[in-house]
Design a protein around this ligand. Sequence first.
Ligand code: SAM
Length: 473
Amino acid sequence: MYNVKSLKAEEFISDEEIRETLAYADANKDNLEVIDQILTKARERKGLTHREASVLLACDLPEKTEEIFALAEQLKKDYYGNRIVLFAPLYLSNYCVNGCVYCPYHAKNKHIARKKLTQEEIIKEVTALQDMGHKRLAIEAGEDPVNNPIEYILECIHTIYSIKHKNGAIRRVNVNIAATTVENYRRLKEAEIGTYILFQETYHKESYEKLHPTGPKHDYAWHTEAMDRAMEGGIDDVGLGVLFGLELYRYEFAGLLMHAEHLEAVHGVGPHTISVPRIKHADDIDPSAFDNSISDDIFAKICALIRISVPYTGMIISTRESQEVRERVLPLGVSQISGASRTSVGGYATPETEEEITSAQFDVSDQRTLDEVVNWLMKLGYIPSFCTACYREGRTGDRFMSLCKNMQILNCCHPNALMTLKEYLEDYAREETRKIGMELIGRELEKIPNPKVKRIATEHIHDIGEGKRDFRF
Ligand code: SAM
């Protein structure tokens, strides 16, 4: 039986409720009265339930799709402005005991190169990342209690935070590791992680079990209830995601929103971010073997619907997507993107050659450098942001949400974005990028509504030019 507040996976992600939702969506997908009521609610910024959002996803009337896209763009502008936060993934280890059929790290893959970074290698990787200008990382690892125990992950986090090279610093480490215990989540929190990210992969239990035939990840309940344990362990910024292509997208979409509703109902705060990865080619993985792949049009619609359904939740697009697709979905509500990513273990300091046996998790579509990405964002009218202020100022969980809900972003995140962009331009940018960026900062400072904040931000930006670093509101 469906119960949003239950702590049992099969009750808060009830298969029956999803099926009824999909039937309701089919029955109403051309019902203009229902559709308009839902759109009015979204326009009032009240968010949407999984049922309401599922009706809009099922509806294929072109004029309604247009309305959804326009509304998503508006909400993105109102809540997030034109900032896009940048990060990079850092692969620590690809040792893995699981059998995930879509991932080349699966235990039976004997020809992928298995690697695990030593602390010395981490210093090299992080130095390379700092030299590009990154300030925010998402660490990734396979699940292997012997090779990658929690102590190893904690040691890596400690090392990453301690590396100070020139003006570089990693100021926020997000963590994407397998579901673990409340105690281990508590230890991650103590290690001062930012967001704990765990993709559900699929909400469909039967498919989930088939797609994860062996290893600890096989346990659907353990995986699906992980965010509750993370929150119990004190982590209040968690990131959800579905790997699109594994199951029917309408099923996944309803499940994803139900998961967000569950976190809000039980813990009083919804997910901090939602990621929308699609399956990619990788070592022994052929994406065409998964027959639920979604078109770019559906992908864009899903992004737009996430934005209007959970307006206060950030949305992440990785380099799995091409420049073209990224450009299309950025205005629809994306708040974070990765740049210059390498999905191989050790790939930043020593990129793998074509001839080498790969250690990569998937092929990267957007292969541009960070400077190219920064330059491109600015030409599109966005502010590339390297801000990490929120969690360092204790604005996590519902405190971040209230900043967003009160639309204080222009007085807080906006100047933080400009100050961190200025650091990037001073320390890492090519001349052309620097020029575009300086002009952009000049224009964007004018948009800060509070005169005191504007004055202080202007002073700090001047001081960054004089060599000072790490200012924040
Ligand atoms: N091992 C951890 C876990 O089980 O959650 C860490 C996650 S893994 C390093 C990061 C994510 O990459 C996975 O959750 C999965 O969704 C995604 N992934 C795996 N194989 C992929 C593929 N072939 N294409 C695109 N994404 C993939």
